[in-house]
Design a protein around this ligand. Structure first.
Ligand SMILES: *[C@@H]1O[C@H](CO)[C@@H](O)[C@H](O)[C@H]1NC(C)=O
Ligand SMILES: *[C@@H]1O[C@H](CO)[C@@H](O)[C@H](O)[C@H]1NC(C)=O
Ligand SMILES: *[C@@H]1O[C@H](CO)[C@@H](O)[C@H](O)[C@H]1NC(C)=O
Ligand SMILES: *[C@@H]1O[C@H](CO)[C@@H](O)[C@H](O)[C@H]1NC(C)=O
Ligand SMILES: *[C@@H]1O[C@H](CO)[C@@H](O)[C@H](O)[C@H]1NC(C)=O
Ligand SMILES: *[C@@H]1O[C@H](CO)[C@@H](O)[C@H](O)[C@H]1NC(C)=O
Ligand SMILES: *[C@@H]1O[C@H](CO)[C@@H](O)[C@H](O)[C@H]1NC(C)=O
Ligand SMILES: *[C@@H]1O[C@H](CO)[C@@H](O)[C@H](O)[C@H]1NC(C)=O
Length: 512
């Protein structure tokens, strides 16, 4: 049964609905709840390979949707809350984040709910009543070409806070007891939402798991389009097989420098310091699709060099990091064959972000010139840095609140250069000093060979949530590798090869 409770008709009154009876409307200081619906869902399940939760039994939940608005902002935000039955509930709450340009996805609640949490997600209002795909960036500007700042604020930090405030009130009414602990979990955009929550609303969560955070989204968005600007200027699309050849050559050159030739670049500092010269491959042959070959040219090498260096402004100054050394080029410089023609396949969130910043004025991003690109980069910084920039991430109050922040990042992240996060972590250590304060509230782990949130050649981090929720502070994170497991080291420590089988975790120690 699905009943709707219209707040406009019954302000603040006790309401009846599908599986949440006599609910009092949640209250928020800066937003107004418009509507609550609920419906019972049985036998909710998920393949264990998606969560790392082995053989999780199916659960029954109460599926609650709260709609809210910020008066004057003309937004319509959907918060979805999944409530396991009281006897299956672990007493805790897990808020979940989004990815790309999305503030949240319902499926991100599956893992926490199947682990016993009550969970929630929010669309942040940026699906425009479920009419647009957030990744399109269409929500960033209004029909008349003005920037929709309230929706950018929602994505930046407001929607996670609203979700937490609303969800805690709903949980307390449903279970007759407030959650004993509240957590946030997210990757990429979701990871960044975790950092923003820590900085803006340090009291919302006891613990935040923020993986591969897209800190500085205002720079990452345009920067991930840089490969197409480079290739356009060079008037050449580099085939995927040529990029793969470069990726292999980079790993071959940089992997042994960490002391263990295991196919992984395991020391974060090598992402800065490993010397790789793309020209070394000029004249060599790349094996391509359909048993064809491609001879690598000086132009290919020049394009690769520029992609690795990252975007530069008119004066040649670097604006942002380039592609992670050793990561696949397919993340931000992928091509597909369409009707036999090689065609660019841009990083979806990057193309959507640029379209949003261009206010839908441009239909073919691949036609914009380098100076138009640099202008939209500038626009993105102007609009976005106060909302998404590193300067907004002061963790002082979070540290004082006693809450914990746990992060891991893949050292072969193909979408966001991990140096972004490692540099941020270094700066936080500088701010708080070297007296152990940072270790106490903020821990960061590095995952050699692992891609953006998942994937790649390295052992996959798994189930980091227990590391956050256990009272003991984690010294390492576990990975999926069951035999001879390799643990992830806590930054700035790194895995040092002690001898023996390079595929056996016990051959490594995490040392400074
Ligand atoms: C849930 O799954 C079990 C086992 O497959 C089945 O027996 C039961 O009828 C299902 N319940 C509902 C409400 O679909
Ligand atoms: C998970 O398992 C299902 C079914 O076995 C499979 O179809 C799917 O591709 C797997 N997903 C991942 C991410 O491995
Ligand atoms: C939960 O409710 C929302 C809103 O009605 C609906 O879109 C969604 O599909 C529901 N989820 C499940 C798992 O049934
Ligand atoms: C969403 O729907 C509500 C009510 O149906 C409407 O008032 C509002 O204008 C819509 N918002 C958008 C962005 O479409
Ligand atoms: C654009 O539309 C918004 C929302 O309808 C309105 O508030 C704003 O004044 C409009 N701006 C211009 C320049 O038309
Ligand atoms: C591929 O070619 C077919 C037939 O000429 C055409 O109908 C289709 O639209 C083309 N697809 C693309 C993506 O260009
Ligand atoms: C896009 O169009 C709007 C309205 O027509 C204009 O104000 C704005 O400057 C344009 N933006 C860009 C980046 O060209
Ligand atoms: C990691 O794995 C070890 C050994 O299997 C286990 O004892 C420990 O609880 C795990 N830690 C976490 C945080 O899951």
């Amino acid at each position: 049964m699905l009943l709707s409770a219209k707040a406009a008709l019954l302000p603040g009154l006790a309401l009846a609905s599908g599986c949440l009876d006599n609910v009092q409307l949640p209250t928020l200081p800066e937003a107004r709840v418009l509507d609550i619906t609920s419906s019972a869902v049985s036998n909710l399940t998920i393949p264990s390979n998606l969560t790392g939760i082995i053989d999780a039994p199916a659960v029954d939940i109460c599926n609650v949707t709260v709609t809210l608005t910020h008066p004057g902002d003309d937004d319509h935000v959907y918060v979805t809350i999944w409530l396991p039955r009281a006897e299956e509930w672990n007493g805790r709450y897990a808020a979940t984040g989004g990815g790309g340009l999305a503030a949240g996805y319902e499926h991100n609640m599956l893992a926490p709910v199947l682990s016993g949490f009550a969970a929630s997600s929010t669309d942040g209002g940026i699906t425009l009543n479920h009419t647009v795909n957030p990744q399109s960036g269409r929500w960033i500007s209004r029909a008349n070409g003005t920037v929709n700042t309230p929706l950018l604020i929602n994505l930046a930090y407001r929607s996670v806070h609203d979700m937490a405030v609303v969800s805690k009130q709903i949980l307390e009414q449903y279970y007759n007891v407030a959650p004993s602990k509240s957590y946030f979990t997210g990757c990429s955009q979701g990871g960044r939402q975790g950092y923003a929550s820590a900085a803006h609303y340090p009291e919302d969560f006891d613990g935040i798991l923020a993986v591969a955070p897209a800190l500085s989204s205002e720079l990452i968005g345009p920067a991930n389009f840089w490969p197409w600007i480079v290739m356009r200027d060079e008037e050449e699309l580099v085939p995927a097989c040529v990029f793969r050849k470069f990726e292999e050559a980079i790993i071959q050159a940089c992997d042994p420098v960490d002391g263990a030739t295991d196919g992984l670049i395991s020391h974060a500092n090598l992402l800065r310091s490993c010397a790789f010269h793309p020209t070394y491959l000029v004249g060599k042959i790349a094996l391509c699709e359909g048993s064809t070959y491609e001879t690598i040219t000086a132009k290919h090498a020049r394009i690769v060099q520029k992609i690795l260096e990252g975007p530069r402004d008119e004066n040649g100054e670097r604006i942002w990091y380039g592609l992670t050394l050793g990561a696949p080029f397919s993340g931000i410089a992928d091509t597909v064959l369409l009707n036999g023609t090689m065609t660019p396949k841009p990083f979806v969130a990057s193309a959507g972000w640029l379209q949003g910043m261009l206010r839908r004025n441009v239909t073919n991003l691949f036609a914009i010139t380098e100076s138009e690109y640099l202008a939209v980069f500038e626009t993105s910084i102007e609009i976005g840095s106060d909302l998404f920039g590193l300067d907004t991430l002061d963790l002082t109050n979070f540290q004082a609140s006693g809450a914990k922040l746990l992060s891991w990042v893949g050292l072969s992240d193909e979408a966001i250069n991990p140096l972004n996060l490692l540099d941020f972590y270094d700066s936080v250590r500088q701010t708080f000093g070297d007296d152990g304060t940072v270790d106490d509230f903020y821990r960061l782990f590095t995952a050699p060979g692992v891609g953006h949130c998942m994937g790649g050649h390295g052992p996959q981090p798994i189930n980091a949530m227990p590391a956050l929720t256990l009272p003991t502070k984690p010294t390492h994170l576990n990975t999926t590798a069951r035999e001879a497991p390799r643990y992830l080291c806590r930054y700035p420590k790194k895995p040092i090869y002690m001898g023996g089988d390079v595929h056996d975790g016990s051959s490594f120690r995490c040392l400074a």
